[in-house]
Design a binder for this molecule. Structure first.
Ligand code: AMP
Ligand code: ZN
Length: 142
C-alpha cells in the first residue's frame, strides 16, 4: 500500500523524479538529493513501510542484497575508500522521511567526517544487567 503524502512513494510512482542507480521488483535505489559525500544513495522498498520494525524481514534481506550490489559500484564509481550503511528509525534517530530507507554513504580516507562520540558504562554490572535485560526481551518476543 503506498502512501499519498509520502515523498518516496511519489518517487516510486514516478510523480517525483530521481537519479536511479538500481532497481528490482521490490526495491529502488537512487542518489540522495543532499549527499553527505557525492554518490550517497538510498535504497527503499517500493511498498510503503515506515521503519525497520514495520519492514517484512524478506524485504530487509532484499535491501541488504541490493546494498552489496549497489554499494560495490558506488565505491568503484566514486573511488571511495569505504562505505557506511545507515538506517535512521524514528525522529529521535534522525529519521526525516517515514518510508524505510537505507543510506549508502561512500567514505574517503580524508573526508573529515567524524563518527559519534562514545560514552561508557559505569561498571561491568551495569553493562551485564542491560545485556541480560535485552536478551530476555528478545527471548520473550521470539
Ligand atoms: P532520513 O533522515 O534518514 O529520513 O533521510 C532522508 C533522506 O532523504 C535525506 O538524506 C534527504 O536528503 C533525502 N531526500 C529527501 N527528499 C529526497 C528526494 N526527493 N530525492 C532524493 N533524496 C531525498
Ligand atoms: Zn512511502
Amino acid at each position: 500500500m503506498n502512501n499519498q503524502d509520502c515523498i518516496f512513494c511519489k518517487i516510486v510512482s514516478g510523480e517525483i523524479p530521481c537519479f536511479k542507480i538500481y532497481e528490482t521488483d521490490q526495491i529502488l535505489s537512487f542518489l540522495d538529493i543532499g549527499p553527505v559525500n557525492k554518490g550517497h544513495a538510498l535504497i527503499i522498498p517500493k511498498e510503503h513501510y515506515k521503519n525497520i520494525w514495520d519492514l517484512p524481514s524478506d524485504l530487509g534481506k532484499e535491501i541488504i542484497s541490493a546494498a552489496q550490489i549497489a554499494g560495490d559500484s558506488i565505491v568503484k564509481a566514486t573511488g571511495a575508500d569505504g562505505l557506511n550503511l545507515i538506517m535512521n528509525n524514528n525522529e529521535a534517530a534522525g529519521q526525516l522521511v517515514f518510508h524505510a530507507h537505507l543510506h549508502l554513504i561512500p567514505r574517503f580516507n580524508e573526508d573529515g567526517l567524524k563518527h559519534w562520540d562514545q560514552s561508557e558504562y559505569k561498571n561491568m554490572d551495569e553493562a551485564m544487567a542491560l545485556a541480560q535485560k535485552i536478551e530476555k526481551m528478545i527471548k520473550g518476543i521470539n
